[in-house]
Design a protein around this ligand. Sequence first.
Ligand code: AP5
Length: 214
Amino acid sequence: TVKPIVNAVIAGAPASGKGTQCEKIAHEFNLVHISTGDMLRQAAEDESDELGQQAKEHMEAGELVPDQLIIDMVAKRLNEPDCKEHGWLLDGFPRTEAQAKEMQKLFLVPSKAILLEVPDDVLVERVTGRRLDPETGKIYHMKFSPPDGEDAEEITARLTQRADDTEEALRTRLKSFAANKAALSAAFSDIIKVIDGNRAPDKVWEDVKKFLSA
Ligand code: AP5
């Protein structure tokens, strides 16, 4: 039997665990993981990338980047052959009503949507403890999931912290998430599943996997 192609979106507050779950989803379901945050951070690192430089200031302050900028970036990426062949997993998009409407206009319709729910006080601890491995892109948390194994020391030494992972930027990010949540729930009310993200990653994963497999 041919497995039907899944196109999914995942949403949740900053540090609710989207990236962590996406790593598992992309691997299990062989979907192309498209994180708009990662795309924007990559563009922002390239000083000759005009859109990236424009995005950088917004991101560091914890604000959303302008709709049109991100819509163009996503539309272009989703039209690439790997997305059509394997299906896509959109992480962090759409985040506003305009973005959700634009998706519909472009016939980019997901079959499943996930919303991770985590209380605000837990998010603060996750954001301040998060570290990234610039070599592998892997996400760690200094308390909840630090590097382990033989090369733990080497990995720990090269870990970096995101510029917007401060309590101040987090407050702004939490406010824009309120708008994100409303837009998403409205646009995808018939396909959305709310999942409790305030549990160990493997427990959250059990529910995510079950929902995407059904
Ligand atoms: P983006 O990169 O999407 O950031 P975000 O939504 O704030 O989400 P995060 O990446 O912070 O968190 P996450 O949910 O992936 O959590 P993670 O798995 O890392 O966007 C950044 C910026 O880009 C935005 O502010 C905006 O400026 C711009 N942008 C992006 N998309 C846009 C759009 N569509 N429109 C406009 N602007 C846009 O986990 C966090 C930490 O917790 C980690 O350390 C992890 O190890 C730990 N952790 C994860 N799960 C668990 C668990 N279950 N238990 C304990 N610890 C856990």
